[in-house]
Design a protein around this ligand. Structure first.
Ligand code: GLU
Length: 494
């Protein structure tokens, strides 16, 4: 019995990095398959011999793994329908290519690139779509033999139907019709012997028993061509779904000029893979209802192709940051710690081999700050005071609190008391500071705010005494005295 579980594919071309747009497509395929208990096939489409590189392949693996997108069959894990790298399947494509040549649906093409380009140019000039119209279609056997004798190595073209329409039934867009007269023939094997994308994809999707071809809208015009090749080879058609594109702010296809398009860059910038996955899923899919923040398991449970729209979605950095902040709030402390350690090290804030104690402390810092972080880098960038005395007092801290003549005395009094505090924790610090404010007959704010300015350099942040608890007692005392000196100089100047 044929399984009714879907089989989808991730077919990256290893010619660059993992682009956000491709990752978006893979996320939708993955959610669709995982939701229905189906399978995902990873297939490497390296038929562009000149542009495919091993480095690009590694970058794609890294990107997919970081996003947590797994697959059930692929070059790295094998499977019953391998090999999963197209350059290792040339004989397979040749077999099907020969079949089309034998049945007359394909013909050898001896044109040079210049001849082909020139013909396209002529069509364009005549106001027609620059499709592949090739005189080799009509060559007699003798004429072919003559070309061969000239030593020309032919490409192979597929003969598209010239009249009528090809209908694509799209799961998202419904019925789409394409006029056959406008499509032109399709190169299926290059003169180098390599198949083209159009051919390899059709053969592989068939042999790998793909049930659903889910890809970006930019592939729509390829689909009628693929359908005709499938029909000619007697392959069963898979179902098609063309996803809405990921757009830049100006609503054109997301590209470098809109900002980072490499998934790895988002990892570098401090985004959580779960947040990236969540955000990519929201681009074009509407979960229904108000909720937008979903765990991996929730996404799988809810994802439904019938709630994917046609219109492209703008990739908004601010929205991604919001989604990330929500995931940071929810993530297990250990997982945040693990991901942030290398960031702190790279920021020069943490030693290469931190002790267990230091990691425990770091875990507490993260816990205190997680509500306020939009990215994993921010803590080290904005809250250096956890790690070092080397921070500046910001403009507001200086102006509001450190330029008052009464402040130095208060800070020194506070320092003196903290210096002799026996149980150094948030509770004792707070009690001590409140008692001092009372003695000085000032509101607590008059002491707490300058204190925050002194120990952190800024006027806002998490609970003051919990923050101070995470700093070293002697460091706090030193910072309070340093700020007192600073405030004294400042108030003398003014
Ligand atoms: N290798 C193709 C690409 O990266 C795959 C397109 C498809 O899904 O058919 O665009």
């Amino acid at each position: 019995m044929v399984s009714d579980k879907p089989r989808v594919r991730f077919p990256p071309s290893p010619t660059g990095f993992l682009h956000v747009g491709n990752a978006h497509t893979f996320v939708f395929n993955w959610l669709f398959a995982r939701r229905l208990g189906g399978q995902v096939v990873l297939r490497i489409e390296d038929t562009d011999e000149l542009r495919s590189t091993p480095e690009a392949l590694d970058a794609i693996y890294d990107g997919l793994k970081w996003l947590g997108l797994d697959w059930d069959e692929g070059p790295d894990i094998g499977g019953p329908h391998g090999p999963y790298i197209q350059s290792e399947r040339l004989q397979i494509y040749n077999r099907y290519c020969d079949q089309l040549l034998a049945s007359g649906r394909a013909y050898p093409c001896y044109c040079t690139k210049e001849e082909l380009d020139q013909r396209r140019e002529e069509l364009r000039a005549a106001g027609m779509p620059p499709r592949l119209v090739c005189p080799c279609r009509e060559l007699s056997d003798d004429q072919r033999a003559a070309k061969e004798a000239e030593g020309r190595r032919p490409a192979v073209n597929f003969k598209m139907a010239e009249t009528g329409v090809t209908v694509v039934e799209d799961l998202i867009r419904g019925r789409l019709e394409f006029a056959n007269s406008e499509m032109g023939d399709v190169v299926i094997r290059k003169s180098s012997g390599y198949p083209t994308y159009h051919f390899a994809v059709v053969v592989d999707d068939h042999l790998m028993k793909i049930t659903h071809v889910i890809r970006g809208e930019d592939h729509i015009s390829n689909t009628p061509r693929h359908l005709q090749i499938m029909d000619a080879l007697g392959f069963e058609r898979p179902q098609h779904a063309h996803l809405p594109m990921v757009l830049g702010e100006d609503r054109t296809k997301l590209s470098k000029r809109h900002g980072a398009t490499n998934v790895a860059d988002y990892r570098e910038m401090g985004f959580l893979p779960d947040a990236m996955l969540n955000y990519l899923a929201l681009l074009g899919w509407s979960p229904g209802g108000e909720e937008e923040i979903f765990s991996r398991a929730e996404l799988i449970e809810r994802f439904d192709l019938s709630r994917v729209g046609k219109a492209g979605s703008v990739f908004e950095r601010g929205k991604l940051e919001y989604v990330n902040s929500e995931h940071i709030k929810r993530a297990p402390r250990e997982s945040l710690l693990e991901q942030m350690v290398p960031i702190f090290q790279e920021q020069g804030l943490l030693e290469q081999e931190p002790s267990a104690e230091r990691l425990e402390w770091l875990g507490r810092v993260i816990e205190l700050m997680r509500e306020r972080m939009r990215t994993l880098r921010e803590l080290g960038e904005r809250n250096r005071y956890f790690f070092t005395d080397e921070f500046d007092y910001d403009e507001k801290a200086r102006r509001k609190w450190l330029s008052r003549p009464e402040v130095p005395g208060r800070l020194r009094a506070l320092a003196d008391r903290i210096e002799t505090l026996e149980r150094y924790d948030a509770e004792s610090l707070e009690a001590l500071a409140r008692a001092l404010a009372q003695e000085l007959e000032i509101g607590t704010g008059q002491l707490f705010h300058p204190c925050r300015a002194a120990v952190t350099g800024c006027t806002v942040g998490p609970s003051l005494f919990h923050l101070m608890e995470l700093l070293d007692q002697a460091d706090v005392v030193r910072r309070l005295r340093r700020a007192a000196d600073f405030a004294e100089r400042l108030s003398q100047q003014s």
